[in-house]
Design a protein around this ligand. Structure first.
Ligand code: CO8
Length: 257
């Protein structure tokens, strides 16, 4: 499939999607998000793919929504475009998405990063929600996901000042999983993806979905959800294989059935 604003490559069972508007620091125009979500959905349907990596380039993961495009919009025109409906589809991707981020991770870029399940950042990453400086506020989850990730006080500070934080601080607040030198962040993300790709796909997807439920459901409902997902996995062939391989003292071979 030919895209204008993203590139796609496959390595083993990993689908790698890179944002590709380097001249504008990967600013997120509507067409880019459309392409990105269409490709994520395609990779999600592809049985050969087990994990997805979402990345940008060393200078920028993404410096936010495309301000040129946004400057043209009125409240009504932007509402009628309903761009966030496309963003909402990202939540339905069942395979794990690993964000490999470097440089500017701002505004919609930070919101896109927070759509990832795991995040490897380069030491050069600068992460924040500067929308307030433009007279607006986040619209793609910045107030909600950032608060859940870093807690109310830090989120307030970042959102009300618009000042970004550096990678080491993001790590301290649990906003990213790992920080490594810039030459390493993509390799590190790929290694992590390959490790997860050897795990049983049905369990991987059930865990992803169930962990996200922990953000939405009260504890007892989340526990019920977990229990039902656990029972369901007992019906999988991979469960037979995993336990058999353990007892036979060999490595399991998981097929996703
Ligand atoms: N939109 C459009 N163009 C951009 C953006 C952007 N967000 N960010 C950078 N660019 C362009 C610049 O205009 C410049 O273009 P040109 O070379 O034609 O002048 C080019 O990228 C390089 O940028 P700079 O020359 O500014 O590079 P610097 O290294 O000097 O500065 C910064 C880098 C600090 C990242 C600076 O470019 C900047 O502040 N960018 C804007 C950051 C920002 O405010 N982001 C938030 C945008 S609002 C938002 O995301 C709202 C989200 C709502 C929902 C999400 C929907 C997608």
């Amino acid at each position: 499939m030919a895209y204008e604003f993203i590139t796609v490559s496959i390595e083993d069972a990993i689908g790698i999607v890179a944002l590709n508007r380097p001249k504008v620091l990967n600013a997120l125009n509507l067409a880019l998000i459309d392409e990105l979500v269409a490709e994520l959905e395609r990779l999600d349907r592809d049985p050969a793919i087990r994990v997805i990596i979402l990345t940008g380039n060393d200078r920028a993961f993404a410096a936010g929504a495309d301000i040129n495009e946004m400057a043209e919009e009125s409240a009504i025109s932007i509402m009628q475009k309903d761009q966030f409906a496309v963003w909402d589809r990202m939540r339905l991707i069942s395979k794990p998405i690993i964000g490999a981020v470097s440089g500017f991770v701002l505004g919609g870029g930070c919101e896109l990063m927070m759509n990832c399940d795991l995040i490897v950042a380069s030491e050069t990453a600068v992460i924040g929600q500067p929308e307030i400086k433009l007279g607006v506020m986040p619209g793609a989850g910045g107030t909600q996901r950032l608060t859940r990730a870093v807690g109310l006080r830090k989120a307030m500070e970042m959102l009300l000042t618009g000042e970004p934080i550096k990678a080491d601080e993001a790590l301290r607040y649990g906003l990213v999983n790992k920080v490594v030198p810039v030459e390493m962040y993509f390799k590190e993300a790929l290694q992590l993806a390959k490790r997860i790709a050897t795990q049983p796909p049905l369990a991987v997807q059930a865990i992803k979905k169930t962990v996200h439920k922990a953000e939405d459901l009260p504890l007892d409902e989340g526990m019920d959800y977990e229990r039902n997902a656990f029972y369901l996995l007992l019906a999988s062939e991979d469960r037979q294989e995993g336990m058999k391989a353990f007892l036979e003292k060999r490595n399991p071979h998981f097929t996703g059935r």
